[in-house]
Design a protein around this ligand. Structure first.
Ligand SMILES: C[S@@+](CC[C@H](N)C(=O)[O-])C[C@H]1O[C@@H](n2cnc3c(N)ncnc32)[C@H](O)[C@@H]1O
Length: 307
């Protein structure tokens, strides 16, 4: 049976908060900030938080089930210096942490995506390393441990031009995480550890998030409530439409692709009391304001409005 989380308290609701996150406010104190990328079930995070009460620790994982397990562990351990963020790592680094704010980062057994055709999914690409480097303080290090030598070699090849320097070594099992135990159980005795040290600082500012303008129009063309795609530098896809003809309301399932950001969310079409219709991101869908979302609003309004 799945164990329930005990409290959502250590979960940072980053989509509802001003970004980058004011971490000192989240933790209620000023202290060195460290990050675990892909914290999984949170066992290393909580162990470390217990051992180092003087540090503020953020565990980040893209997967809700992992985040939930980490929350449970933090609660059971009664820790006040560890929190969890559920998001994709590159998005989190870029938007939630200011440049030169992380005193330490570690990532244990990131998924190696072993097939060459899947390599674009791997963390620690050249772009990711430049972003990571920009978030480290001048004296910070990042520690990466993997079980998969070809992935270690691939990361080594991504380092030139990132402002980071790397030291590789073969190590015995040392971290005692779920995945380390898994590979150990299958007989693996040697792992690969990369320590990244910051050399030169390469600026990478937090992206500005535009204020979205919600379009409204006088007359709706219900025939236009269909799926469509608009491919370009910013691609906007309307994947699905739910329409309540009587109420004059609709929900449109959108996907927007721009730069390195992909967002899936709903747009809500609603009648205004004084007549006409308003189009806005559906409340609660957690969309990040971006030029792509603004474009989705404008393209959709243009299609739906009867001229
Ligand atoms: C192989 S598991 C390792 C978990 C843990 N570090 C350990 O050693 O047991 C990889 C973890 O990274 C997370 N992950 C994979 N890709 C990610 C990404 N792009 N951003 C954030 N987390 C990611 C997965 O959800 C998973 O929890």
């Amino acid at each position: 049976m799945t164990a329930p989380y005990l409290s959502l308290d250590p979960l940072v609701p980053w989509r509802q908060l001003p970004r980058p996150i004011a971490w000192d406010q989240i933790f209620g104190r000023s202290a060195p900030l460290e990050l675990e990328i892909g914290c999984g079930n949170g066992e290393v995070l909580t162990r470390r938080a217990g051992e180092r009460p003087e540090v503020n620790l953020v565990g980040l994982d893209v997967d809700w089930v992992s985040a939930r397990r980490a929350l449970r562990r933090i609660n059971l351990a009664g820790l006040g210096n560890a929190v969890v963020v559920q998001t994709e790592a590159a998005l989190g680094l870029e938007r939630l942490f200011t440049p030169q704010s992380l005193a330490g980062v570690w990532c244990l057994f990131p998924r190696p995506w072993p097939r060459p055709c899947d390599a674009h999914h791997r963390l620690f690409s050249n772009r990711f390393l430049r972003l990571l480097g920009s978030r480290l303080t001048p004296t910070a290090t990042c520690r990466l441990v993997t079980d998969f030598k070809p992935f270690a070699d691939w990361v080594a090849g991504q380092i030139p031009g990132t402002g980071l320097e790397a030291v590789w070594q073969e190590v015995p099992p040392t971290v005692n995480s779920k995945y380390e135990r898994k590979w150990q159980g299958q007989g693996q005795k040697v792992f690969y550890e990369l320590t990244l040290v910051k050399g030169e600082h390469q600026p990478w500012p937090n992206p500005e998030e535009p204020v979205l303008h919600y379009p409204h129009f006088d007359s709706l063309n219900p025939e236009a409530l269909t799926t469509w795609e608009d491919w370009g530098e910013i691609s906007v896809l309307c994947k699905d439409v739910l329409y309540d003809r009587e109420a004059g309301r609709a929900l449109l399932r959108m996907v927007v692709l721009e730069d390195d950001l992909e967002q899936a969310f709903y747009l809500e079409l609603m009648p205004k009391p004084q007549g006409g219709h308003l189009l806005r991101p559906a409340p609660g869908c957690g969309v990040l304001p971006s030029l792509g979302v603004q474009r989705a609003l404008e393209l959709t309004a243009r299609r739906l409005s009867r001229t």
